[in-house]
Unconditional design. Sequence first.
Length: 384
Amino acid sequence: MAETVQPRTSYHDTTPLKRVITDVIDIIDPRETPVISYFGLDGSPGKFSIVNWPSRKVEWLSDTLIGMETTTDGAWATDWTTLPLTKTTIFKPGDILEVYGAVGGTYETNYVRVSSISAGVSATVDPDYDGANPSGEVASGATVKLVSSARAEGADADYARGLTQVATEYNYSQSFQDDLSMVRTVQKISQYGKADEWDYQAAKKIPELMRQIARTFYHGIRFEDSSNAIRSMGGIDHYISTNETAMSGAAITPKVIHDAMQTCFEAGGNPSLLICNAWQKRKLNAMFEGPVRTTRDETTGGVRIETIVTEFGELDILMDRWCPPANLYIVESRYIGFLPYDPFFWETLAKTGDADKAEVIGEYTLVVKNEQAHAKITGASTTS
C-alpha cells in the first residue's frame, strides 16, 4: 500500500471522498411553445363549425362577396363610351362606376353609368353621367370601382353580374410519436436527481413532441402518401399566400406593419395577433418605444412593447423562439387553431427480454380559415 508524506491534504487518497452534487437536474433545452399555449391543443370542432370529426382529413369552406373593383385594360379615350376592363363580371347595366386614373400626368375622378356589358372585354358607359366628360385620355390601369346601381324603371333582369364560387380548403392529421425502452437494471440504480429513471425519461417525451408541433405550425408540409399510410399537416406558411410582403433582407418598419393590417382590413379581416421571433420583437420594441409615455424611475430602463395600436385594430405581440427569425405573422386568431384527432396518451407495449417498453402518441391537425384575413411578412433583416 502506498505511503504519503505529511501534512495530509484533501488531494491525498481521494477514493473514499463523497461527491458533492446537486440532487436536481436542470434541463437547458427550451421547451416553451407559445403558439400551442395561445391556441391550445384541445381545440373544439365547434369553433370552426366542423362536423363528422374526427377524420384523417379535415376540410373547411370559405366564400367572399362579389368584388367591387377592377382596372381599365388599356387607355380610355376617343368618345369615352367604351370602357375597357380587366374584369367585367362584377358589373351590370345600371351600375354607377367611379373611374380614377391618370389624365395627362395628373389624376382625376370621373363617374359613369353602365348601359351594357360586353362579357370579358368592356362596358358601354355614359361618360357624361356626372355632367362632364373626361378632360383627356385616361391611362391604362385606372381604378374602376362600383359605387351603386341606378336601374331603369321596369328594366328586365339581365343576370350580367357573376357569382362567387365557394372554395374548399383542407389539411391532414399528423401523428406525433416517441417511445421509451428501459432495462430492469437501470431502473433499480440509485441516481442523483432522479427518484425514478422511467418516470424521469417519460416526463420529457411530451415536451419534446410539443416542440415538434410548434415547429410544424410554421414549417408544416401538407402531404399524403396513401399507399404507405403517410401524411403530414400543412403549417401556417402553406395557407397564407394572398397578403404576403417580401422584405428581401430589409429591416421591418412601422409602415410595413400598418400596410399589412390595412390589406387584411380591406379584405374584411380584423387581425388581433402578431407572431414573431426574438430579433423582430427587439425591433418592434425599438420602433415603437419613442411614442411610449412612462413614469420616471431611475432604477429601470428600457421599454417592452406588448401591443401595437393601428388604425385598423390592436395587435397583441406573441414572441416565439420557434418562429422563423426573418418572418412575422399577422393573424386573426379566431380563424386559426389545432384540432386533436387523438390527444397525447401513453400506452404500454409488449415486453420483450429484460426491458419495459411504452410509447407516447398524439394526432393533430391545424386549421387556418379565411387566409385573406391574415398576412405574413417574410425575409426581414435579422441584423439591422
